[in-house]
Design a protein around this ligand. Structure first.
Ligand SMILES: [Zn+2]
Length: 329
């Protein structure tokens, strides 16, 4: 019964509200996890939280594998995974930080880092749909919207590690909804978790009645909106149809860019909701989608798992670059 697990990676997924820390095998099996609250006010504060979480984990959670060979971290914002440098947490808050060097000095283990959606794409590439496809787009629809492009088996980073920020693609040309990026009609403002909430809030006064429960200061969940839309609520139907249409436009525009055979959806907004998925599909134009032979599919991982496993894979890569899992140096 007692399976011996020789090595593991300490993986960290930094999110807006929590840090998920876990022990993951090189094959992507999650052995154990623990959550900590996160503070992403600045990169310095977020990194301090990560360091404290690693110290706490090492002291309070017994390791299952015999030896830990690396630390892998998925971060929010723009990340140079080749050098381990975290450029910015968001465009207005840039504080270039050598995370790899800081973590390696603190914990004496090789460290790899990458952007969170890049991590999820990487786990899909190595352990998910990537086993069937060399040309796919991973579209993450959560609080925000971003994508990872794999083209001819290569993950696309761009000239500033900023490829895939497709939440700022304008898909509603006549929209009055102003985005933080300065343009109007960005898909993120219409179809992300936050965007859906903002749309509901701003259109509420146009509808005499809605069955949707809204509480002051609490974000309306995407799932609640879709459930009400399916039941025929007019306000929720409008917001969810606009979102489905915006996402379908986004997907078809992206299909024209990189000619993928698979479009993978992940993130909290689309998790466990066949109704919304069917509404997106409704707006897809078959001729545009004709070479997407695997279709529009859901991620093979849960959202939480994808980020953590992807972070572990980045850590594994750092350990291999350091001499193939030599462990502590
Ligand atoms: Zn924008």
């Amino acid at each position: 019964m007692n399976r011996e697990i020789p090595t593991s990676i300490l993986a960290i997924d930094l999110g807006g509200t929590k840090i998920l820390l876990g022990e993951v095998t090189p094959d992507g099996e999650i052995l154990n996890t623990k959550s900590y609250p996160s503070d992403t006010t600045s990169q310095a504060i977020a990194l301090e939280g990560i360091i404290q979480a690693i110290h706490d984990y090492k002291q309070t959670v017994p390791f299952i594998a015999k030896k830990q060979i690396a630390i892998g971290i998925g971060l929010v914002g723009r990340v140079d995974h080749t050098r381990g440098i975290w450029f910015e947490i968001e465009p207005s808050k840039s504080q270039e930080t050598d995370v790899k060097q800081i973590i390696e000095a603190s914990f004496k283990l090789p460290c790899g880092i990458d952007n969170d959606v890049a991590c999820a794409t990487r786990s899909e590439q190595i352990l998910g749909w990537g086993t069937l496809s060399d040309n796919f787009i991973y579209l993450n629809i959560g609080t925000g919207i971003a994508a990872g492009f794999v083209v001819n088996g290569e993950y696309i980073t761009g000239s500033h590690f900023n490829a895939g920020e497709i939440g700022h693609m304008v898909v509603a040309l006549n929209s009055e909804v102003l985005c933080g990026c300065g343009r109007k009609g960005c898909v993120e403002r219409i179809a992300s978790g936050l965007g859906l909430h903002e749309r509901i809030t701003s259109l509420r006064h146009q509808y005499a009645f809605t069955s949707l429960l809204m509480e002051e200061g609490v974000r309306v969940s995407a799932q609640a909106i879709f459930t009400r839309a399916e039941a025929g609520d007019a306000l929720c139907s409008r917001v969810s149809e606009e979102a489905a249409q915006a996402l379908a436009s986004t997907i078809m525009n992206l299909v024209r860019v990189s000619d993928p055979d698979t479009i993978i959806l992940g993130g909290g907004v689309v998790a466990n909701n066949s109704y919304f998925l069917s509404r997106i599909k409704h707006y897809l134009n078959p001729p545009t989608m004709r070479f997407v032979t695997n279709g529009l599919v859901m991620t093979k991982h849960s959202t939480a798992e994808a980020g953590l496993v992807g972070a572990a894979l980045v850590g594994l890569q750092a350990s291999q670059a350091n001499g193939n899992g030599a462990g502590e140096r």
